[in-house]
Ligand binder design. Sequence first.
Ligand code: 5GP
Length: 245
Amino acid sequence: MSVNSKLYEGKAKILYATDDPEVLLADFKDDATAFNAQKRGSIIGKGKINCSISSQLFQQLELRGIKTHFIDSPAPHQMRVRAVKIFPLEVVVRNIAAGSLSQQTKLPVGTLLKQPLVEFYYKNDELGDPLLTRDRLLLLELATPEQVDTITNLALQVNQFLQDFWQQCGITLVDFKLEFGLDSQQQLLLADEISPDTCRLWNTAEADPNLRVMDKDRFRRDLGNVEDAYQEVLQRVLQAVASKN
Ligand code: 5GP
């Protein structure tokens, strides 16, 4: 595979074209940003860790019939993916109240939700990724009603798998963000990444609200030991996958 021009540089990844127009190369960076890039930094080893965790999770999801953009991982920080046109949507699934849900509603952090909550945010940095209603999403023609239903169903299926998987890792899945896209055949694929950058992950055995955090909130909230937490998540993922094989 020869790698061609840089197509896009995001906050966490660089996308390169390859000699196959259907295939892109995603290069995961150590750069970390938060609060709409107002806070910037670097988490040493994050690129390799997030790429490895995402690769494992995408492969596990594929085994369960969920179509993803993952093809393979030619290097620890690189993933070959199917080219997709990304919906400008951040699809968030929540099992436990935290983050913006708690800030905006006063629902105490840690409140167990009776059922998973699926939310759509407009992926638009200029607007600060605002929460969308279904009607606003349709008004803006960000997806069709059928696509919204399919995405909601897929997000709930991914949640079921991830909740079980993280539980096997001794990790409680609080919430996470997914992105979806359409390939050249208009197939809807799960895209982007699933990692401690995009999930809230709490060490189940730890009750302390700061010590239990194993995800990007350690960076966002200056909790320290960010690299150690990411490394620990990767080790647990690899152990859980090995125990399945
Ligand atoms: P919240 O809305 O509480 O800030 O985020 C909910 C979940 O979605 C968290 O797991 C958070 O990591 C993820 N999330 C939401 N927006 C973004 C984003 O722009 N980038 C990343 N990496 N994760 C996001």
